[in-house]
Design a protein around this ligand. Structure first.
Ligand code: HEM
Length: 324
């Protein structure tokens, strides 16, 4: 796995220039600058998760969801959603089966009637390689300073040696045979608040009807766009269904370290069913206009002390402003 990851990273490094970011820029700007150097600047495309596809559908809460959160999403109405599935990296033409296209992403915009949109931005890693925006910047920077001919140990190898969660996290994602057959994880902790004001820290899990993964060899032989082409074809034939679940933190579980998954025996509660049944005629044009923000939440859902969400919000906004 390590060899595969380093190989993937080296391929990315070939694209990097040696320019450094402005040290006095805010961390989220430094992150997007580093992504732009790693992947190149592709006008109109996201700095990360550049390649994707948009579909639409609806969300219907499970009966028990309202006991956890008073959010309008969980009141039981059928709520329209816009969903974008994506490949990792800022490369708009990355082959869907490439190792670097992992983790795949899922971004959901809930449109409650009469309410403000609420977003969830989740991916196929079970936990994150690093815990803070600063560490993510340093990881990307270490990758950009570790070309194939760099002296050993490379900056990337040094970073991994001091951050063992990096290879562990990357080892949790592999290529699915369909965007519909992947489990997506929220990673960041949020706090659900019910009508009585009771609070419960959770991490979201978006579970497919079934998960199917390919070996790297099989994935590499699939056509370039097999995931982004397959999803609309599938949705136009029959609805794609996911189950939104919440893993509940127990006393003592850390909410501020997204590199640390909570134990598998923590209770998992069904929050509702997501049904995707509409294709979008011009998905490329639609995704350019969309901005999903992990911190765009509504009453009944609060941020935890997880520092990644603020860093992500700011970086996504920088990327959005550049791609407009
Ligand atoms: C410090 C940590 C992170 C940073 C700085 C970061 C940065 C970014 C940036 C700049 C974009 C492009 C946004 C745009 O142009 O709209 C992006 C997209 C995305 N990120 Fe992150 N990310 C981080 C962590 C995560 C985590 C933890 C997840 C999943 C749990 C995630 C999932 C995604 C997804 C799914 C997209 C595509 C969103 C879309 O379809 O519009 N990212 N990320």
């Amino acid at each position: 796995m390590k060899k595969r990851m380093v190989g993937a990273v080296c391929a990315v490094v070939l694209l990097a220039s040696q320019a450094l970011y402005a040290d006095d820029a805010p961390v989220p700007t430094q992150i997007v600058d580093t992504m732009n150097r790693l992947f190149g600047v592709h006008p109109g495309f996201r700095a990360n998760h550049a390649k994707g596809v948009v579909v639409e559908g609806s969300f219907k809460a499970a009966p028990g969801a309202a006991a956890l959160s008073r959010a309008v999403l969980f009141a039981g109405d059928t709520i329209p959603v816009t969903v974008r599935f994506s490949d990792a990296t800022g490369l708009p033409t990355i082959p869907d089966g490439a190792g670097n296209a992992n983790p795949h992403g899922m971004a959901i915009k809930f449109h409650p009637p009469g309410g403000a949109d609420t977003d969830m931005v989740i991916n196929s890693l079970k936990f994150f390689p690093v815990a803070t925006g600063e560490d993510f910047r340093d990881l990307l920077q270490a990758i950009s300073e570790s070309p194939a001919d760099a002296p050993k140990p490379t900056k990337f190898e040094q970073f991994v040696a001091s951050h063992p969660s990096v290879p562990k996290a990357f080892a949790t994602a592999s290529t699915p045979d369909s965007f519909a057959h992947e489990t997506y994880y929220g990673i960041d902790a949020f706090v659900l608040v019910n009508k009585a004001g009771a609070k419960q820290a959770v991490r979201y899990i978006m579970q497919p009807e079934k998960a199917v993964h390919l070996t790297p060899g099989v994935a590499a032989k699939r056509p370039n766009d097999f995931l982004v082409d397959e999803l609309p074809a599938r949705v136009s034939k029959h609805p794609v269904v996911f189950h939104l679940k919440a893993q509940l933190a127990a006393a003592g579980d850390s909410t501020k370290d997204p590199t640390q998954p909570w134990p598998d025996d923590r209770k998992v509660v069904e929050l509702g069913t997501l049904t995707l049944d509409k294709t979008v005629p011009d998905s490329l044009a639609a995704q350019k206009k969309l901005l999903f923000l992990p911190g765009q939440i509504t009453d009944g859902i609060e941020l935890s002390d997880d520092p990644l969400v603020a860093a992500r919000n700011a970086a996504y906004a920088v990327s959005f402003s550049r791609r407009q």
